[in-house]
Design a protein around this ligand. Structure first.
Ligand SMILES: Cc1cc2nc3c(=O)[nH]c(=O)nc-3n(C[C@H](O)[C@H](O)[C@H](O)COP(=O)(O)O)c2cc1C
Length: 209
């Protein structure tokens, strides 16, 4: 089966786009701002995916809500735009189409599907948590991401505030080393008492909704 499309994210897509085009594969570039979208189009992006602040997982640095971002990007490029960030059902799709997008990308919603090979408690947490139960981590590392607010994320945010050097934070984030013994202890406590690990979350409705 031939690979039909590749989604590029996280860094400058320029070095990769020529090879993707050469292989006749559709290039989709994730953007979190209008400027990025306008740069991606002439570089050869076939589709831009505009990811707003509501998105689960990794976010852009400009904190622009999907409602504003998708409309602005749709007005700024001529290639098709896919709306992303907080879109989890048909209602979101209709809203995205009204903003000028051609479709939506769903991330978090798929975590809560039967096919997704993550732990059942993770899926249940996605269904149980409310829209207020997320937080953003990793801003000081330049890799901000929306996660479920858990005891674990609280500890990481505390380390984030206390860390003197960027590397302290990185090590904690990766779970290889701990910046402070005290924080490690409280991390272990809060993790064992609540849902283990961090999880990306934005808008998830019960399956089949
Ligand atoms: C578990 C998870 C991991 C993700 N990892 C990445 C990633 O590594 N890089 C990235 O650019 N986006 C990542 N994302 C963001 C998705 O590509 C997508 O933009 C986002 O999930 C859309 O918002 P939604 O979750 O509200 O549907 C991730 C999302 C989730 C839910």
């Amino acid at each position: 089966m031939k690979l039909r499309a590749i989604s590029l994210t996280g860094r400058n897509p320029a070095p990769y786009l020529p090879r993707i085009k050469e292989a006749d594969i559709l290039a989709m570039v994730l953007v979190a701002g209008v400027r990025q979208a306008q740069k991606a189009e002439p570089l050869g992006a076939d589709i831009v995916i505009a990811v707003g602040y509501e998105g689960g997982g990794h976010l852009g640095r400009d904190d622009i809500g999907s409602l504003v971002l998708v409309r602005k990007v749709a007005q700024s490029v001529s290639v098709p735009v896919v709306a992303s960030g907080g879109f989890g059902d048909g209602y979101g799709l209709i809203a995205a189409l009204a903003l000028g997008a051609e479709g939506i990308e769903m991330g978090t919603r798929f975590l809560a599907t039967e096919e997704c090979p993550i732990h059942a408690r993770y899926k249940q947490a996605l269904l149980d948590f409310r829209e207020t139960d997320t937080t953003i981590m990793g801003w000081s590392l330049g890799v901000s991401g929306r996660v479920l607010a858990t005891g674990f994320s609280t500890v990481i945010l505390a380390v984030n505030k206390k860390a003197v050097r960027r590397s302290d934070c990185c090590r904690f984030w990766q779970g290889r080393e701990i910046a402070s013994g005290h924080l490690m202890e409280s991390s272990a406590r809060t993790m064992s008492g609540s849902f283990k690990g961090s999880a990306s979350f934005s808008t998830v409705h019960p399956l089949g909704n």
